[in-house]
Structures are given as structure tokens and as C-alpha cells.
Design a binder for this molecule. Structure first.
Ligand code: ATP
Ligand code: MG
Ligand code: MG
Ligand code: MG
Length: 576
């Protein structure tokens, strides 16, 4: 590729809404261009990175025996009604209608469609195991799209789905994927950790997330430096014993209800469906003394029981709700409160549990809530008024650095990560809901045992940048760089011999299979180098007239502080 024919568009300033390095740098380097909230164009330079990620994923998925197909982005609601996800999935699911008023969804993932394919195509156990995957556009109407490609609304995911005859075979398929993921993430050249994750309502232990290590990551991951143990915070907390539970320090004074929200409003705010489940919100605050020092941190669990009319939950202002809140599982609630969740009744219940402040994330005040039975619920609680100085909202931690590892191998450590992949054993959740069966060896129909496996194709470059950048720009690992080598010709218009030598070397490199771009734009060296340092091409070769007279060019890796002179005749060998 020649830069004069390609499209390069760099910016000095990052957009005002870009909070993290990857978003700033991807925009400044001209890799992406924002069209709307969470919606981006992959510009030519950015698309090359995405395509390199895709190519590695595709190669390793194929190697692992998965077969590629491509399912529709817009899917009829009927399939989603079969699994009830059309109703139960929160507002993340984009529901649309056609001109006839028929319902459709824009795929956030594709279990329904692939299960529909399986129930039609896979009739016998002899056709199993089977793993279908696609690399396709997804849409999730994220409550808070942010950080550029990191949490987009439209994004590309690789999603794979395995179909097996029984649990053992499904577990074997899961392991094949878990191993393929390790190869994939090794090839990207990033520091990552595979961590145990909660497999959710369907039980079972077979769920792992692949987390790229980065200080700006949204997830906390818990690991033991002395062993293989690693889990995401959710999973680690589920395993941790409930801490001592002192009595609530502050009663909830009743204050006038400032507002009223429907269940749908709550669900929209929380970005999760509340129907038919007991959910809890966790609010953490720091208690400070007069000197402003934190004397202790507390967490309140607020339970919302939602198995009756949910349209009457009263909610006031919910500032900063996304930070410091999380849902607890029934098992956790039971452990925390030492009783059956059913006994808690349709009321808000507050109780402190152990917490450690991780970082300041939001200011919280005027939070009001209640359940829906008259005379039996909190009509309104002004946290700002009822709690002393509730200024900090902390990450909720029942597990802290230094706690004993569950495997007894020493103390735990915590670091932050970016979820770039997720492997998940599904069991028969979808096959049962959709009556997807095959004929077993005994001649009887049986439900498919399934697994699903995602990789955030467009999140990955953002994660790579969070991990690999400096004040000058991006530093790509070779495997996913938009170009691995940039050949910079210094004022080729003034020095024909430079132009000729650069063209010759360019052709040689191409012939040798090197992914090279020749910068023949005739830019000043300073501006040209600044562009490529921002874009992050890992290897740079500079050809200037003075060096050329001695048969030399300059080589500099993006991480090097200075250039090295190398004979023009040696450079090809040096780059390979
Ligand atoms: P998160 O916890 O970040 O919301 P998720 O657990 O909802 O992600 P999965 O359903 O496991 O995501 O989807 C598989 C992969 O798709 C994730 O591991 C992640 O890499 C990617 N992904 C999910 N949501 C987004 C998004 N909004 N933007 C970009 N990539 C995403
Ligand atoms: Mg999500
Ligand atoms: Mg997740
Ligand atoms: Mg996930």
C-alpha cells in the first residue's frame, strides 16, 4: 500500500467525549469516526486492524473444527418469543417493526437463530458434535455506550455455538473452545488472563472470561499469584464466605416520595430485566469523620421483589446509578441474610455487608426507592439526607486483595481487566425452550447440549491500545497492526534516488510478504514520523539521501528511543 493512495487522516486533538486513551488515540489516528452514540465507522486504517483480528479468530476457529456461517442481523421476533427473550430481555435488545407492524430484533447475539438452524438441520447424533460460528454485526442498546469501540452499541462479535449429544460431549466441545481461545489471545500478543466467570442462572461451572489486563478495565479480576486461580469479581464473591454483618448503623427516615417510575423505567435505568425475580441493588458509601478521613465503608443491599405487579416501584432520582451498584444472586442474598429470599417479602430491605473502597466513582444523593405494597414499603428514602456524608460510591467488594485463595495457595491479588472473550456452557436452556432435538443412538429424541463462545472483535483493538500506548500514540503488537512496517521516504521529490530506492525496497518487501506501507506523501519528516507514531505501526524504516549515499537506511521499532543504521541490503532480513 502506498500512503498517497491510501486514506490517512490524523488529528492533533482528541474529541471532548473521549475519556480513555484507546478512544482518544483511535479517533486521533483516524481509525474510527463517530456517527452517533456508540456507533462508529471503521475508517480504512481501523478496518485493517479489525480485519487482522478477524483473520486470526477465523483461522483458529476453523482449526478448532468450527464452521463459519452468517446469520441475519435483523431477526423475526417469533424465534425470540419462543425463548421468551423478546419479553424478558431488557432494553439492550433493540426491537423494531416492519411496515406491516411485525416485530423484529437486531441481533445482540444469536442463540435463537442458530438453535432454529440446528433443529432443522441436525437430525441425528451422527451429525454431532457441530460448532457454528459467525463474525457479524451486533447491536446492543447499551445504557451507557462509552469509551469508543470498547462499549459500542453497534459492534462486531465472533459468536460460536456448539451442539452436542450429551453433557460430556458438550464439556469436551467447551474445552476445545477454551483452548482455541488461548491460542487466539496468545497470537494477539496481549497480556491477558482467562478467569472463571459466573455461568448465571443455568448453573454449572463452565464459564470463563478472557480479560485483557489494563488499569482502565471495567472489570475487577481476582487471582492468586501463587497458583492458577483466577476469577472475575462476581465469581470470586459468589465463592467467598459472607463476612460479619453488623447491624445497620442508620435507620431509613421516611421522606416524601419525590417521584414515581414504572418497572420499565427501572429496568431501563438498570439495563436489566426485573421481571419475575428477586433482585438486589447494592449501594456503598464511605463514612468519614470531621477530618474527612474514611472511618468505615458500608454497603446496603436493597432487595426489590419483582414477582408481582412491577409497575408500581417508586423511584426517585438515581444519580450515578451505574457505578457502585450490582445485582446479587439469590444464593448471595441468602448467604448475606441467612434466610430464604422469599421471607424478605415485597419490601426494600437494608443491611450492611463488608465492603472495601476501591476507587471513587460517583457522587450519590437523593436516592429514593420502595416496593409496591401500600403500608409495607419504603415510601422514599433520601440517601443524601439519611446517611452521613454519602460522598463516595465504591466498587462492591466482598473479596479483597490479601484474602486467602480458595485453593489455599496463598493470598489473592486484584487487577483490572477488559472482557474481550467469553466461553459459556449453556446446557439445554435454548434447545428445551425451542424444542430443538435430534435422534439419539437409542432412536429417541434428545435436546441438544449447547455452548456459546463470544469474542469482541471490535473491542479487542481498543483493549490492545489500553495496554499498549505512550504519550505519542498507539503501539500495536505486530499481529494486529494496520501495517507491520512503514517505509518513510524523506523528501523523495527532491531526491530521485531516494524515491527509486524506496520504491524498490517497497516492492521487495511486498514480494517477501511483509505488510508494508510506503509513505510517499512527501510530508516533512517530523510530521510524517508523528503520524506513524500516533498510528502505532510497530516497525519503521527511513530512507534519506545522506544515508543512501553510504548504502544505509534507518530502522526504529515503535518502542525504541532512537533509530539504528542498517545496510539497505540487510533490511529485508532484519524485518523478517
Ligand atoms: P460486558 O460485560 O462488557 O457488557 P458481555 O458480558 O455483556 O460484555 P457477552 O455477551 O459475553 O458480553 O459477549 C461476548 C463478547 O462481546 C464480550 O466478551 C465482549 O468482548 C464483546 N462485547 C459485549 N458487549 C460489547 C459492546 N457493547 N461493545 C463492544 N464489544 C462488546
Ligand atoms: Mg453486556
Ligand atoms: Mg460481561
Ligand atoms: Mg460476557
Amino acid at each position: 500500500m502506498k500512503a498517497s493512495q491510501f486514506f490517512i487522516s490524523t488529528l492533533k486533538e482528541a474529541p471532548a467525549d473521549a475519556e480513555v486513551a484507546s478512544h482518544q488515540l483511535m479517533t486521533r489516528a483516524g481509525l474510527i469516526k463517530k456517527l452517533g452514540a456508540g456507533i462508529y465507522t471503521y475508517m480504512p486504517m481501523g478496518l485493517r486492524v479489525v480485519q487482522k483480528v478477524e483473520a486470526i479468530v477465523r483461522e483458529e476457529m476453523n482449526r478448532a473444527g468450527a464452521v463459519e456461517l452468517s446469520m441475519p442481523v435483523v431477526q423475526p421476533a417469533e424465534l425470540w418469543q419462543e425463548t421468551k427473550r423478546f419479553e424478558t430481555m431488557g432494553p439492550e435488545l433493540l426491537r423494531i417493526q416492519d411496515r406491516h407492524g411485525r416485530d423484529y430484533v437486531v441481533q445482540p447475539t444469536s442463540e435463537e437463530v442458530v438453535t432454529d438452524i440446528a433443529r432443522q438441520e441436525l437430525r441425528s447424533y451422527k451429525q454431532l458434535p457441530r460448532n457454528f460460528y459467525q463474525i457479524q454485526t451486533k447491536f446492543r442498546d447499551e445504557r451507557r455506550p462509552r469509551f469508543g469501540l470498547m462499549r459500542g452499541r453497534e459492534f462486531t462479535m465472533k459468536d460460536a455455538y456448539s451442539f452436542d449429544r450429551d453433557v460430556d460431549a458438550a464439556k469436551a466441545s467447551y474445552q476445545v473452545m477454551a483452548q482455541a481461545y488461548r491460542r487466539i489471545f496468545d497470537r494477539f500478543g496481549l497480556r491477558y488472563r482467562a478467569v472463571a466467570a459466573d455461568s448465571g442462572a443455568i448453573g454449572g461451572d463452565l464459564s470463563e472470561e478472557f480479560q485483557v489486563i489494563a488499569a482502565t478495565g471495567e472489570d475487577a479480576i481476582v487471582y492468586c499469584p501463587g497458583s492458577e486461580y483466577a476469577a472475575n469479581m462476581e465469581k470470586a464473591e459468589a465463592l467467598a464466605p459472607a463476612g460479619p454483618r453488623p447491624a445497620p448503623a442508620h435507620s431509613m427516615a421516611k421522606t416524601p416520595t419525590p417521584g414515581k417510575a414504572t418497572c420499565a423505567d427501572v429496568a431501563a435505568l438498570l439495563n436489566l430485566p426485573l421481571q419475575n425475580t428477586v433482585k438486589s441493588l447494592v449501594l456503598a458509601t464511605d463514612e468519614t469523620n470531621q477530618a474527612g478521613e474514611i472511618v468505615r465503608s458500608q454497603v446496603w443491599l436493597l432487595l426489590l421483589r419483582g414477582d408481582h405487579d412491577m409497575n408500581e416501584i417508586k423511584v426517585g432520582k438515581l444519580p450515578g446509578l451505574d457505578a457502585g451498584f450490582r445485582f446479587a444472586t439469590l444464593a448471595e442474598i441468602k448467604a448475606h441474610f441467612g434466610c430464604e429470599p422469599g421471607y424478605l417479602g415485597p419490601i426494600g430491605l437494608l443491611q450492611p455487608v463488608r465492603v472495601v473502597v476501591d476507587r471513587e466513582v460517583a457522587v450519590m444523593a437523593d436516592w429514593v426507592c420502595g416496593a409496591n405494597t401500600p403500608d409495607f414499603h419504603w415510601t422514599g428514602v433520601n440517601w443524601g439526607r439519611d446517611l452521613p456524608e454519602p460522598e463516595l460510591v465504591a466498587d462492591i467488594r466482598n473479596v479483597v486483595a490479601g484474602d486467602a485463595s480458595p485453593d489455599g495457595a496463598g493470598p489473592l491479588a486484584i487487577e483490572r481487566g477488559i472482557e474481550v472473550g467469553h466461553v459459556f456452557y449453556l446446557g439445554t436452556k435454548y434447545s428445551r425452550a425451542m424444542n430443538a432435538t435430534f435422534l439419539g443412538e437409542d432412536g429417541k429424541p434428545a435436546f441438544f447440549e449447547m455452548g456459546c463462545y463470544g469474542i469482541g472483535i471490535t473491542r479487542l483493538p481498543a483493549a490492545a491500545i489500553e495496554q499498549n500506548h505512550d504519550e505519542r500514540g498507539i503501539i500495536w503488537p505486530d499481529a494486529i497492526a494496520p501495517f507491520t512496517v512503514v517505509l518513510c521516504a524523506i523528501t523523495p521529490d527532491r531526491f530521485p534516488e531516494v524515491k527509486v530506492a524506496a520504491e524498490q525496497l517497497y516492492v521487495q518487501l511486498l514480494a517477501a510478504g511483509v505488510d508494508v506501507i510506503l509513505d510517499d506523501r512527501g510530508e516533512r519528516p517530523g510530521a510524517m514520523f508523528a503520524d506513524w507514531e500516533l498510528i502505532g505501526v510497530p516497525h519503521r524504516v527511513t530512507i534519506g539521501d545522506r544515508g543512501l549515499k553510504e548504502g544505509l537506511v534507518e530502522y526504529q521499532h515503535r518502542r525504541d528511543t532512537g533509530a539504528t543504521k542498517i545496510a539497505l541490503t540487510d533490511i529485508l532480513a532484519h524485518l523478517k
